[in-house]
Design a protein around this ligand. Structure first.
Ligand code: ZN
Length: 298
């Protein structure tokens, strides 16, 4: 059974950001009140991971034994999916608990070989409590083509993720992969991994899963716009407005984002305001200068 509290938690912060963008902030705040983060028991986290496993399998984000999902239990333990199991057919007691070095503490199955990728994210991001790794075909296609999903094409993707960078290739299950992710984890909540797949993370497992859905959905939209042979990117001004709404309404819990020239890529246009204010002295000086320039020609 899906933990409705987790879904609502995600939706409330998401809706707040959208309401902000639409100028509905006051009424929305009055309706929802302050944020309340749910504390989940180990049993609830197990059920959430099983549910997310079914979803990524049903949606074709993984094949065979692909993918892994984890949740932070406390400062010493991580709850994770085991190795060599279909994520669509797991039972709660299939999951394993390991420490922050990846050593198994309990569970009858073995720890996934990709646990170090999860541990890197938990170590670097104290705000993260859930990680999902999968191979959704369209987004992974971009990763296999050496392309990131960093264009400002869709307002809600800029609002939620900013952009989705591409980490260089690293052999799965080795330090090469964690080294490739290291510089991106601090400022991104969704990352493409070259020739491999996608990793997403968030304040809980459900949010990490929703971010995976967003990445794959955005990859499909990007692909369609490329097939149509035309992409209209948002302007610098449009992106600035979205990022302001994001900061204002996610507040201290704003998902990480490092805005750079290539994240996200805009159409490069910054609109100039229609009205400018200028002092009377400056205006007189400008008119005088213009008259002086024109006089010899008259
Ligand atoms: Zn993988």
């Amino acid at each position: 059974m899906l933990d409705k509290g987790a879904t609502l938690d995600y939706r409330s912060s998401w809706l707040r950001a959208l309401a902000a963008f639409r100028g509905e902030n006051q009424t929305f705040r009055a309706r929802t009140g302050p944020d309340t983060r749910m504390i989940r028991t180990e049993d609830e986290l197990r059920r959430e991971i099983i549910e997310v496993g079914r979803w990524i399998h049903r949606q074709g984000f993984v094949a065979a034994f692909d993918g892994n999902i984890s949740a932070r239990l406390d400062n010493y333990r991580i709850l994770s999916t085991p190795t060599t199991i279909s994520k669509g057919m797991m039972q709660p007691d299939d999951l394993v608990i390991c420490d922050y070095q990846g050593k198994k503490i309990s569970g009858r199955r073995n720890v996934t070989s990709e646990i170090q990728m999860h541990l890197l994210i938990y170590r670097r991001r104290p705000d993260v409590h859930g990680v999902v790794h999968a191979h959704p075909p369209t987004a992974t296609g971009y990763a296999a083509a050496g392309l990131s999903l960093n264009k400002a094409l869709i307002s809600e993707v800029v609002l939620s993720l900013g952009c989705i960078p591409l980490a260089r290739y690293g052999t799965p299950g080795t330090p090469e992969l964690t080294e490739a992710l290291e510089s991106l984890v601090g400022s991104h909540d969704a990352i493409l991994m070259a020739n491999h797949g996608v990793v997403t993370h968030g304040p809980d497992v459900m949010t990490a899963y929703f971010r995976m859905e967003t990445v794959e959905h955005f990859a499909k939209i990007s692909l369609v716009s490329e097939l149509l042979g035309r992409q209209v990117l948002l302007s610098e001004t449009d992106v600035d407005k979205l990022l302001t709404a994001r900061r204002a309404y996610f507040g201290g819990s704003a998902p990480a984002l490092e805005r750079t020239d290539v994240c996200p890529i805009t159409n490069g246009v910054r609109e100039t305001p229609r009205q400018v204010s200028v002092s009377r002295e400056d205006l007189e000086a400008m008119v005088e200068r213009a008259v002086r320039t024109l006089k010899p020609r008259m």
